[in-house]
Write a protein that binds this ligand. Structure first.
Ligand SMILES: *[C@@H]1O[C@H](CO)[C@@H](O)[C@H](O)[C@H]1NC(C)=O
Length: 335
């Protein structure tokens, strides 16, 4: 454009000079000079016009960059979160729901481990502004963690995650929010996001276009800075983990997502509550994918976008003391 404009100015200049010279030459000559002068003036006028057109073109802002796709065109991310009542439950769910609010085209499947929907969770979902489905299933007594047992003895959230899979496959049973499962042919991806982890909003865009099963590293897990797939030439060739590396899929629950059509095509794929310790993820994934076909995300699994954070259990010594004196914190205040 710059070069062209220069040429136009040059042409303008030359034509002006030519016109001037011609006028000078014609000066004092016997006069049939009017028509040529008129022609030169007309030519100049045309050039002027062209120049102002080009200047207007230059002032016009450059065309807007390609718009990101409309939200309707994006595959939906179904985020499955098991949750159970405890002191920090609301804090965890507020934090997670506000992270999820940053993600377009997301549907939260919140599954309570309870006999029925609790006011705390129902209220939180209603206030969240998210598209959600509220589900409830109580973990059978035999599977429940006993008092004092360390958390890793029994896998937690198994019934709840399976309940969400049931809803995705056939619907029914929702106690709040969207009741109908995704219509056939819905493009989407399913991610199992516990309520205590920390998620970067970038993670969700990494998983959105999953074709089968996508994977990425998880920070602060397995006694390591991070655990995750090892990738060579864009393919998963192994796993960086310190613990039982021979598990079929040594990945954390937060380290993979599954395409919805794949989950629907494999109705037997679910979590096995009787799976040995650390094999829960494998119990689902072995129905779905060959380890070599895992799709590495997060820059070939070199970026950590989710962290296995643990919230400390709050100490309630003073609360208990005050309660004994009948002066405990007002139970009507939801915490
Ligand atoms: C992942 O690795 C493959 C093969 O080396 C390469 O072509 C691709 O660009 C890499 N992707 C990213 C996001 O770094």
């Amino acid at each position: 454009m710059k070069l062209k404009l220069k040429n136009v100015f040059l042409a303008y200049f030359l034509v002006s000079i030519a016109g001037l010279l011609y006028a000078l030459v014609q000066l004092g000559q016997p006069c049939d000079c009017l028509p040529p002068l008129r022609a030169a003036a007309e030519q100049l006028r045309q050039k002027d016009l062209r120049i102002s057109q080009l200047q207007a073109d230059l002032r016009r802002p450059p065309p807007a960059p390609a718009q990101p796709p409309e939200p309707e065109a994006l595959p939906t991310i179904y985020v499955v979160t098991p949750t159970y009542a405890r002191l920090v439950q609301k804090a965890e769910l507020v934090r997670l729901s506000q992270t999820l609010s940053l993600v377009p085209r997301l549907h939260w499947l919140l599954v309570e481990d309870a006999e029925g929907p609790t006011p705390l969770v129902s209220g939180l979902l209603a206030a969240s502004g998210l598209l959600f489905t509220h589900l409830v299933v109580l973990t059978p007594k035999a599977q429940r963690l006993r008092e004092g047992e360390p958390g890793w003895v029994r896998p937690r959230g198994v019934e709840q995650r399976n309940r969400a899979l049931d809803w995705l496959r056939s619907g029914g049973g929702a106690v709040g929010g969207e009741k109908d499962p995704p219509p056939p042919g819905t493009r989407g991806v399913v991610y199992f996001a516990d309520d205590d982890n920390t998620y970067s909003r970038e993670l969700f865009e990494e998983m959105r276009w999953t074709r089968g099963v996508s994977v990425w590293p998880v920070g602060l897990v397995g006694g390591l800075r991070f655990e995750g797939p090892r990738v060579q030439d864009g393919r998963v060739v192994g796993f960086h983990t310190a613990w039982e590396p021979n598990r079929p899929f040594p990945v954390d629950m937060a380290g993979f997502a599954v395409a919805l059509p794949l989950l629907l095509a494999k109705p037997n794929a679910r979590f096995d509550a009787t799976a040995p310790r650390g094999h829960l993820e494998s119990s689902l994934l072995s129905h779905l994918v060959d380890p070599k076909d895992l799709e590495p995300r997060a820059a070939n699994c070199t970026r950590v976008l989710v962290w296995h954070t643990r919230t400390e259990k709050p100490k309630m010594k003073q609360e208990e003391q005050l309660q004994r004196q009948g002066r405990g914190s007002d139970p009507a205040v939801e915490v």
